[in-house]
Design a protein around this ligand. Structure first.
Ligand code: NDP
Ligand code: GDR
Length: 350
């Protein structure tokens, strides 16, 4: 039986990857952080009492900032695959906690790689790299050969993670690969990322629970895919004989503004934009009410204006293609938030 170890198992991607690996018959071990309240909501539907027979999901306390813990776990679990998804993953928050972000996202990756090397456990390694590495874009669309230009403490930390993964591959012959994933979303997306913030607000406005929501730069453009599609590619990368780095994207780019418009359209409402700059507002064309306003506190000290990925290599070499594109993604997320509002006990296991 194959055995995987996942850091960041309680996050959006960790939960979908766990589902995928359990379906494939893996034994899955995840590292969770101690918190004062439960932080396992995204994987609760998968978890069973480990005393029962046939259980294949196990959770261990740990942290990417604790190297002795990581070595101990790798030694004990002896995983054949390690997926490093743990990170302080919020770009704007990384400007507030730059040092912690570097500790976790940059040095945390080194700690994990070094634990593999030192224990000698022959595990294949996946690093959650990101399109944020391209930051101030040097070329459109971005591929594996586009130069990096990170624009936040998060992206700078992830650039270290990218290179240390490549370096350990070259220096110590580890089977270590970087997935350069563009934004991917789902109904399990953290509530402060832009897509989920929008779909939750639209669902609440539609149900009469909220009047208006506040946004930052609505002209930012992103290549948004579906998290469930993207975790498949993580697994595929570790099944290759030769480790390598791949861009994972849809090849389509849309503005935040379009995401807002599409979300309202999904619940049968139109949006008309009035004013400009920080005074711009979004008006609901059915009710005439202001539903979107700009709040400059969501502007970033340095912004990534546009990202568009070229996933040609993933398609050519691994046969990977995204199944869900922009319109379908918005539909899945708005419908998910409406369902959650109508039934708060609804499991986020979709
Ligand atoms: P989430 O923010 O949803 O999940 C992050 C996970 O990391 C959580 O399980 C969190 O635990 C854990 N974590 C945070 N800090 C630490 C730490 N110090 N030690 C151990 N674990 C920690 O992220 P996503 O699932 O969206 O993303 C997964 C990975 O992919 C991240 O590395 C992210 O940077 C990267 N990425 C994401 C993209 C996206 O669009 N989603 C695109 C490209 C890359 P807790 O639940 O306790 O907070
Ligand atoms: P991003 O995602 O920074 O691309 O990082 P996020 O959804 O936070 O922002 C996308 C774009 O939307 C603009 N924006 C807002 N963003 C947020 N969060 N809140 C707002 O109110 C708002 N208004 C406008 C942002 O300025 C930005 O341009 C995500 C994370 O998952 C990273 O971990 C990952 O590496 C990258 O995607 C790829």
């Amino acid at each position: 039986m194959k055995r995987a170890l996942i850091t960041g198992i309680t996050g959006q991607d960790g939960s979908y990857l766990t589902e995928l690996l359990l379906e494939k018959g893996y034994e899955v071990h995840g590292i969770i952080r101690r918190a004062s309240s439960f932080n396992t909501g995204r994987i609760d539907h998968l978890y069973r009492d480990p005393h029962l027979d046939g259980v294949r999901l196990f959770l261990h306390y740990g942290d990417l900032t604790d190297s002795s813990n990581l070595s101990r776990l790798i030694e004990k679990i002896q995983p054949s695959e390690i997926y490093n998804l743990g990170a302080q993953s919020h770009v704007q928050v990384s400007f507030e906690v730059p040092e912690y972000t570097a500790e976790t996202d940059a040095i945390g990756t080194l700690r994990l790689l070094d634990a593999i090397k030192e224990t000698g456990v022959p595990a294949r390694f996946y690093q959650a790299s990101t399109s944020e590495l391209y930051g101030k874009v040097q070329e459109v669309p971005q591929s594996e050969t586009t130069p990096f230009y990170p624009r936040s403490p998060y992206a700078v930390a992830k650039q270290y993670g990218f290179w240390i993964t490549k370096n350990y591959r070259e220096a110590y012959n580890l089977h270590a690969s970087n997935g350069i994933l563009f934004n991917h979303e789902s109904p399990r997306r953290g509530e402060t990322f832009v897509t989920r913030k929008i779909t939750m607000a639209v669902a609440r406005i539609h149900r009469g629970l909220q009047e208006c929501f506040y946004m930052g730069n609505i002209d930012a453009r992103r290549d948004w895919g579906y998290a469930k599609d993207y975790v498949k590619m993580m697994w595929m990368m570790l099944q290759q004989e030769v480790p390598d780095d791949y861009v994972v994207a849809t090849g389509e780019m849309h503005t935040v503004r379009e995401f807002i418009e599409r979300s309202f359209a999904r619940v049968g409402r139109g949006i008309e934009w009035k004013g400009a700059g920080v005074d711009e507002t979004g008006i609901d064309t059915t009710t005439g009410k202001t539903v979107v306003r700009i709040d400059p506190r969501y502007f970033r000290p340095a912004e990534v204006e546009q990202l568009l990925g070229n996933p040609a290599r993933a398609k050519e070499k691994l046969g990977w293609e995204p199944e869900v594109k922009f319109e379908e993604l918005v539909k899945i997320m708005v419908d998910g938030d409406l369902r959650l509002l109508d039934n708060p006990n609804y499991e986020i296991g979709f």
